[in-house]
Design a protein around this ligand. Structure first.
Ligand code: PHB
Length: 364
């Protein structure tokens, strides 16, 4: 029987040699204070170059888009240079890399913002939880997210320019494609959800209005490159980052239809169970597939068995692995051969150095 996970897949302008995708993973190891990608990050991504596609950790499109300490950016010349060294190393090893474009919105703290400003969101409604800021000892420390200020309608064109510029930067940095992060309770989903969006302008109210910013950001990114080099990630039923989106299903299906109309390279579905939500049911998967006939990447608590089952049913086209890729630099080979997997250590997920980052062993 063909092992579908190890067959090639055309994704927009790219052809992947396998369907084992490295999921975007926040690791908080960029160089302080300018959030520049560095040699340690290069070593980490290079070790994982056998992935069908590496989707890099979420990277802020502007200083305002940052919500955790030491996450990398994609807005400055130094950041572009840092990323270029990383994509160059991954390409030389035969891999491919996609940049994940991120704006956290209200999941932030003024100490992470330019001039200690308040973070922005759809409305001045707080995410009632904590994020990771730089403590006095230089180590991550938890701090309550601030109550954000609502973006003014006339600030939205500038925000779209940030998405456009970040896309141009990603191209210049040698990325093979870009992914818009429209999931996980960050800025674009803060607009999607009626829970966090109480706006009365064209970006709030109806479902179409709440989806508007996501689609305008997507269109800005397509405009800066082309649809064949653009994917997008959504988490329609996700509970991560305090979102309880009653209309998540409906929003997910509406967005999928809009994405299909634009002919983008892929839809990346972050499933709720990785963050403690319920597993997606097959009815939703089938409805989504109907709305989006292109490439669907599934992510969230994937095992080889889960991937095989959904691939065989045609409900996904590729599977993204997060925590397994943290602990197994050679994950594709291990999945293909049935070799045992290393166990990830949660204590070293965020921040720190090489420990728990570049020291997980590959098979001999
Ligand atoms: C996180 O830092 O925990 C994080 C970042 C981006 C995501 C999800 C989680 O999309």
């Amino acid at each position: 029987m063909t092992d579908l996970l190890f067959t090639p897949l055309k994704v927009g302008a790219l052809t992947l040699p396998n369907r084992v995708i490295m999921a975007p993973l926040t690791r908080m190891r960029a160089t302080f204070p300018d959030d520049v990608p560095n040699a340690l990050m290069q070593a980490y991504y290079l070790q994982r170059a056998s992935a069908g596609l590496i989707i890099c950790e979420a990277s802020q499109i502007s200083p305002q888009g940052k919500g955790y300490m030491d996450t990398p950016g994609i807005y400055s010349a130094a950041q572009v240079d840092g990323w270029r060294a990383i994509t160059g190393a991954v390409h030389a090893a035969g891999g491919r890399m996609c940049m994940q474009l991120w704006h956290v919105g209200r999941v932030s703290h003024h100490s992470l913002q330019p001039d200690n400003a308040l973070p922005v969101s759809a409305s001045a409604l707080p995410y009632r939880n904590r994020t990771s800021v730089r403590g006095p000892d230089g180590k991550p420390q938890r701090a309550d997210c601030d109550t954000p200020r609502a973006l003014e309608t006339n600030e939205i064109p500038g925000l779209l320019d940030d998405y456009r510029r970040a896309t141009v930067n990603a191209r210049e940095a040698g990325f093979d494609m870009v992914e818009v992060h429209a999931a996980h309770g960050y800025l674009l989903q803060q607009f999607q959800s009626a829970e966090s969006n109480h706006r009365t302008d064209a970006y709030g109210g109806t479902l179409e209005n709440r989806a508007r910013l996501t689609l305008e950001a997507l269109d800005a990114v397509i405009d800066a490159w082309d649809a064949a080099h653009v994917g997008i990630r959504i988490s329609p039923l996700g509970v991560f980052n305090g979102l309880d989106d009653a209309a998540g299903l409906e929003m997910g299906l509406y967005l999928a239809e809009q994405f299909a109309a634009r002919g983008i390279a892929y839809l990346h579905l972050s499933e709720p169970d990785w963050a403690g939500g319920p597993a997606l049911n097959e009815e939703f998967r089938r409805a989504l597939r109907e709305k989006f006939p292109g490439v669907i990447i599934g992510a969230g608590n994937y095992t080889k068995e889960k991937a095989d089952t959904l691939l065989a049913k045609g409900l996904i086209d590729a599977a993204a692995f997060g925590r397994p890729f943290i602990a197994n630099p050679d994950l594709p080979r291990r999945l293909q051969s049935g070799a045992p997997l290393n166990t990830p250590d949660q204590k070293t997920f965020y921040g720190g150095g090489a420990e728990g980052y570049t020291d997980y062993p590959a098979l001999a």
